[in-house]
Write a protein of this length. Structure first.
Length: 156
């Protein structure tokens, strides 16, 4: 810690500061990817899933920015914090990526509402299904850890 000109303590390399900035950066980058996805939306095999991919990028980007804003309040053991951090990043990016792949491939097995009467090749359906399942598991686990780290009596 050092003292600023006006005698107010300034934290240098405070715990969580680097992770906070990384989450905010990745959030803005994913937000931009979501906006760009919206520009090419009409060109996807499944336009409805293209809209979903656009929204996933935008919403997951906002989620990462919000998470970055509160990251210094998350109190977890170092290993749990790393799992929560990387899980949030994987879940956010992979959600956008697998939704975009579903739009490109025109998959419909796992998403019948956004893909009426559409099916892709078996390997494409399997890839997208496995991706969505992994995203669901990872983002739920990450969110649970973050919530645990935000409880009132959490100690780092």
């Amino acid at each position: 810690m050092r003292i600023a000109k006006d005698d107010i303590p300034v934290r240098i390399n405070a715990p969580g500061t680097v992770a906070k900035r990384r989450l905010i950066w990745h959030g803005m980058f994913l937000f931009l990817l979501g906006l760009l996805t919206g520009l090419v939306e009409p060109h996807f095999s499944n336009v409805r899933m293209g809209l979903a991919a656009h929204l996933e990028g935008v919403m997951n980007g906002i989620f990462l920015v919000a998470l970055g804003a509160i990251w210094e309040e998350v109190r977890l053991a170092p290993r749990s914090e790393a799992v929560a951090f990387w899980g949030a990043l994987y879940g956010s990016y992979a959600n956008w990526a697998f939704t975009t792949l579903a739009a490109i491939f025109g998959t419909g097995a796992l998403t019948p509402i956004t893909a009426p009467n559409l099916t892709a090749q078996a390997w494409q359906e399997s890839l997208v299904t496995a991706g969505f399942v992994s995203v669901g598991i990872v983002i739920i686990a990450s969110s649970g850890l973050i919530l645990w780290g935000l409880r009132q009596n959490a100690v780092r």
